[in-house]
Design a protein around this ligand. Structure first.
Ligand SMILES: Cc1cc2nc3c(=O)[nH]c(=O)nc-3n(C[C@H](O)[C@H](O)[C@H](O)COP(=O)(O)O)c2cc1C
Length: 629
C-alpha cells in the first residue's frame, strides 16, 4: 500500500495553474468519472436498504378502510389529492389544494397513497367531474417517498387502463439534485401513457429556490384550467375553512396528556425497542466537546450512548436523526404575544371524519408542548398562513401587507420574498412586527408545519465504537437583516446538552436513518474522500474502521482524505486524531486552509494539483471517490 505520510498544505497549490472554476470543473469531471465507475462496479453488491423515513404523519389513528372511492362517494366529493411526502411539504400542499377545491365546487379530500387501494384509480371516472391530483416529492436518486413507493412501482410496472381518469401532478424537488423532480415527471408521463387525461400541465417546485412561489404560481393557473375543463364557474368565495376543531381539557388526568412523544403515549418514559422514527430512543449524551480551537464559531463533537438499545448503524453512512425542541424563549414569546396560557391542555380534531389524520399532532397536549415539540415555529411562514392571519388583524395597513404577501401578484410575491424570506422572519417575528395581528393560537397550531427531526452524518464506526454514535455539528447562529439573532433549532438545543454540568442523565431522542453511502466491501479498494469542514464527519468512521483493520494485520487500500477549513489554528477539526492516522500509515491527508495566507486555497485547488494521482486511484486502480460537504 502506498501511503504519503506528509500532511500537505497550502504550499501545494500556490503554484496553481488554473482558476477556481477550472478546479471545480476538474472536481466535477472526477466526481462524475468515479460515479460512473462506482455505478458500473456496484451492480453485484447487495442493495442497501433505502429509507428516507422522517416523521410519521399519521399517529396511530388510521382508518382501516382503504377505499378512497367509497369515501369520496359517501361525502359527496369529486376531488382527491394524493401526496408523496417525507418531511410534510407535499402533504401540506395537498391539504391546501383539497381545501381550496370548495371555491370551485369541487369538494376535496387529501389521501395518502399508502393507505389507499390505488387500483381504484381506474374507477374514479364513475364519479362525475372527478379529478385526481398528485403532489409528489422526489428523494435520493430520483426515488419516491416511502408512502408513495408502492403506488409508484405499480404505476411504472403495471398496465392499468386509465381512460377517463382526469389528473394533474405537482412535483416537489430540488434543482441541486441530479434527478430533479424525477418522480413527478415520471408519474405525469405514465398516467398520460396509460390513457388518463391531463387537466393541467405538470408543475415543478424547486426547494432550492422558493418552492412556495412555484406552488402558488402553478396553483394560480391550475384552478382556472380545472374550471375550464369541467365547465365550472368559480364561486369566487375566498372562504377560510378550519380543518380542526378545538377542545380544551381543563381536567384531563396528567398521565393522559402527551408531553413530546412522537406517537405512543409515555413512549419516552417506557422505552421499548425497536426504535425508529415513531419510537425514538432517549439516548444519554456522554460527551459534548468543542472542536474549534479558536474563533467565534463553534463545532461540537457529540457522543450518544446507545448501549442496550439494540440500535445498529453502519460506518460513516447512516444518519443519526435527532428530534430537537424549540427554544423556550421563543415559545413563551408566542404565548405573550397572543396572551394565551400555554399550559392549557387542548385537542385538535379533524372536522373531516373521512380523513385518516385525526389530529395534526399527538393530542391531548398543552399549547406549550405543541409549540415546543411538535410545531415548526422558526421557519419562514408560507403564504397560506399569512392569508389566514388577515382576519385576525385590526390595523388596515398591516392587513393590506398580509393580503399583498399572500397574493400572487408580482408586487405581492416581491414583498413576500423581501419581508419574509430575505429578512428571514419566522412566525414570532411576523407577530412582533404586525402588532395588531392576534390569531387564535389553536388556529395557528393548525396551520404551522410539523417540527422535523434533524439528520447528522455519523462520524464514528460501529466496529470501533459499538455502544456510542458520534456526530459532528456546527452551531447555527446568525443575525438577520432586522437585527435579530436566529438560532438553529437543533444545534442550539444540543449545545445546551452538557453532560458534565448535570447530575442527571442528559438525553436526546434519536433514531438511525439508513443511507447508501458505504465503504467498499473490499478493504484493499483505494478510497479518496473529499470532505471539507463537517463534510469530514462520515469519513471519520471510514478511517477509524480502516485503522482497526490495519491493527488486525489486514491489508488496506490507499485511504486518501482531502480536507479544507479556514485556519489551521481555528477550525482544523479532529487534527490530532487525523495526524495520528497519518503517522500510523493509515491515511494520506491533503489539507487546504482558505484564510491562512493571502491567496485563498480550497480543496478544489488541491484536487486540481493532484489530478494525475486522483485519476490513477479511481481510473486505473478502481478506487472509490466520496464527496461530502
Ligand atoms: C435527503 C434528500 C434527498 C433529496 N433528493 C432529491 C432528488 O433526488 N431530487 C429532487 O428533485 N429533490 C430531492 N430532494 C428535495 C425534496 O424533494 C424537496 O425538499 C421536497 O420539497 C421535500 O418534500 P416533502 O417535505 O414533502 O418530503 C431531496 C431532499 C432531501 C432532504
Amino acid at each position: 500500500m502506498e501511503v504519503d505520510p506528509e500532511v500537505r498544505s497550502e504550499q501545494l497549490i500556490q503554484e496553481s495553474m488554473f482558476g477556481v472554476l477550472d478546479a471545480v470543473l476538474v472536481a466535477l469531471v472526477v466526481g462524475f468519472g468515479s460515479w460512473w465507475l462506482l455505478k458500473k462496479r456496484q451492480q453485484p453488491e447487495p442493495a442497501a436498504a433505502k429509507s428516507y423515513s422522517i416523521q410519521p404523519t399519521n399517529l396511530g389513528t388510521q382508518s382501516t378502510d382503504n377505499s378512497f372511492i367509497k369515501k369520496l362517494k359517501s361525502s359527496g366529493r369529486s376531488l382527491v389529492v394524493f401526496y408523496g411526502s417525507q418531511t410534510g411539504t407535499a402533504e401540506e400542499f395537498a391539504g391546501r389544494l383539497a381545501k381550496e377545491g370548495i371555491r370551485y365546487r369541487l369538494k376535496g379530500m387529501v389521501a395518502d397513497p399508502e393507505e389507499c387501494d390505488m387500483e381504484e384509480l381506474t374507477n374514479l371516472k364513475d364519479i362525475p367531474n372527478s379529478l385526481a391530483v398528485f403532489c409528489l416529492a422526489t428523494y435520493g436518486e430520483g426515488d419516491p417517498t416511502d408512502n408513495a413507493m408502492e403506488f409508484y412501482e405499480w404505476l411504472q410496472n403495471g398496465d392499468p387502463d386509465f381512460t377517463g381518469l382526469n389528473y394533474a401532478v405537482f412535483g416537489l424537488g430540488n434543482k441541486t439534485y441530479e434527478h430533479y423532480n424525477e418522480v413527478a415527471k415520471r408519474v405525469d408521463k405514465r398516467l398520460d401513457e396509460l390513457g388518463a387525461t391531463r387537466v393541467y400541465e405538470l408543475g415543478l417546485g424547486d426547494d432550492d429556490a422558493n418552492i412556495e412561489d412555484d406552488f402558488i404560481t402553478w396553483k394560480d393557473k391550475f384552478w382556472p384550467a380545472v374550471c375550464e375543463f369541467f365547465g365550472i364557474e368559480a364561486t369566487g368565495e375566498d372562504v377560510s375553512v378550519r380543518q380542526y376543531r378545538l377542545t380544551e381539557h381543563p381536567e384531563v388526568p396528567n398521565d393522559r396528556i402527551y408531553t413530546g412523544e412522537v406517537a405512543r403515549l409515555h413512549s419516552l418514559r417506557n422505552q421499548r425497542a425497536p426504535f425508529d422514527a415513531k419510537n425514538p430512543f432517549l439516548a444519554p449524551i456522554r460527551i459534548n466537546r468543542e472542536l474549534h480551537k479558536s474563533g467565534d464559531r463553534s463545532c461540537m463533537h457529540i457522543e450518544f450512548d446507545i448501549e442496550g438499545s439494540k440500535i445498529r448503524y453502519d460506518t460513516g453512512s447512516d444518519h443519526l436523526a435527532v428530534y430537537p425542541i424549540n427554544n423556550k424563549e421563543l415559545v413563551n414569546k408566542l404565548g405573550e404575544l397572543l396572551n394565551v396560557d400555554l399550559d392549557t391542555v387542548i385537542t385538535l380534531t379533524n372536522t373531516d371524519e373521512e380523513s385518516s389524520k385525526k389530529h395534526p399532532f399527538p393530542c391531548p397536549c398543552s399549547y406549550r408542548t405543541a409549540l415546543t415539540h411538535y410545531l415548526d415555529i422558526t421557519s419562514n411562514p408560507r403564504t397560506h398562513i399569512l392569508k389566514e392571519l388577515i382576519e385576525y388583524t385590526k390595523d388596515p395597513q398591516e392587513q393590506e401587507k398580509l393580503r399583498s404577501m399572500a397574493s400572487t401578484t408580482p408586487e405581492g410575491k416581491q414583498l413576500y420574498n423581501h419581508w419574509i424570506i430575505q429578512e428571514n422572519r419566522n412566525i414570532v417575528h411576523v407577530l412582533e412586527d404586525l402588532p395588531s395581528c392576534k390569531p387564535a393560537l389553536d388556529h395557528l397550531c393548525e396551520l404551522l408545519p410539523r417540527l422535523q427531526a434533524r439528520y447528522y452524518s455519523i462520524s464514528s464506526s460501529p466496529k470501533v465504537f459499538p455502544t456510542t454514535v458520534h456526530i459532528t455539528a456546527v452551531l447555527v447562529q446568525y443575525e438577520t437583516p432586522t437585527g435579530r439573532i436566529n438560532k438553529g433549532v437543533a444545534t442550539s438545543w444540543l449545545a445546551t446538552k452538557q453532560p458534565s454540568q448535570s447530575e442527571v442523565s442528559v438525553t436526546a431522542p434519536i433514531y438511525i436513518r439508513r443511507s447508501q453511502f458505504r465503504l467498499p466491501t473490499r478493504a484493499q479498494t483505494p478510497i479518496i474522500m473529499i470532505g471539507p469542514g463537517t463534510g469530514l464527519a462520515p469519513f471519520r468512521g471510514f478511517i477509524q474502521e480502516r485503522s482497526q483493520l490495519k491493527d488486525e494485520g489486514k491489508l488496506i487500500g490507499d485511504t486518501i482524505l482531502y480536507f479544507g477549513c479556514r485556519k489551521k489554528a481555528e477550525d482544523f477539526i479532529y487534527e490530532e486524531e487525523l495526524s495520528e492516522y497519518v503517522q500510523k500509515g493509515v491515511l494520506t491527508m491533503h489539507v487546504a486552509f482558505s484564510r491562512d495566507q493571502v491567496h485563498k486555497v480550497y480543496v478544489t485547488h488541491l484536487l486540481e494539483k493532484n489530478m494525475d494521482e486522483i485519476w490513477k486511484v479511481i481510473g486505473e486502480n478502481n478506487g472509490h471517490l466520496y464527496v461530502c460537504g
